[in-house]
Design a protein around this ligand. Structure first.
Ligand code: HEC
Length: 160
């Protein structure tokens, strides 16, 4: 008799476990995305200088990405328009193809004024990769670490 009751108890417990497991699986199936769903922005985004944001996605136009990075990391020191001014740096209107330090901004360092650079892709990439290596002694020390971020920024700078 005792044995039989034990058996019933064990069977009931096993049944309860099975029901729990089944409910759990059903609940998980409901919340999981279907296998063929396109990846979300968070899943495809890579680390970059603008971080992972819902507003900017990896496949966006480089100019848009560049504008975003510029706003975050450059605008505090660089105005975009020739008549714009900040205390901290020269404006960058028409920067692409222009000779370094020729906007008339009066805060330039001696080192920077002595540069013979005309801003093209390679020169801008070098400046943004390592400003102090590109022009030792300059006041700017903002490093844009990721190549794709520099490419986006340069694409944007070409539009100014
Ligand atoms: C903290 C202020 C500051 C920030 C932020 C900054 N810069 Fe600069 N930048 C300067 C200064 C100052 C100079 C001039 C350096 C000198 O004369 O020594 C300069 C020079 C430049 C030049 C050359 C300008 C010319 O007329 O030849 C470019 C291009 C440039 N910066 C791009 C950028 C970009 C792109 C960013 C954003 C990723 C950026 N800078 C962020 C301060 C800054």
């Amino acid at each position: 008799m005792q044995q039989r009751r034990d058996l019933i108890l064990v069977a009931t417990a096993a049944l309860a476990l099975a029901v729990f497991a089944a409910f759990g699986a059903a609940a998980r199936a409901q919340t999981a995305a279907p296998a063929d769903a396109p990846p979300t922005a968070a899943q495809t985004a890579k680390p970059s200088d603008y971080g992972v944001t819902p507003a900017i996605r990896p496949n966006d136009d480089p100019v848009d990405k560049g504008a975003f990075i510029y706003k975050q990391r450059c605008a505090v020191c660089h105005a975009r328009a020739a008549d714009g001014k900040t205390e901290y740096g020269p404006h960058l209107a028409g920067i692409f193809g222009r000779k370094a330090a020729t906007t008339g901004w009066d805060g330039h360092t001696r080192q920077f004024k002595a540069m013979d650079t005309v801003w093209n892709d390679a020169a801008l990439d070098a400046l943004l990769t390592d400003p102090q290596a590109a022009a030792p002694g300059i006041k700017m020390d903002v490093v844009v670490r990721f190549k794709r971020s520099r490419e986006a920024l340069i694409a944007y700078l070409k539009t100014l």
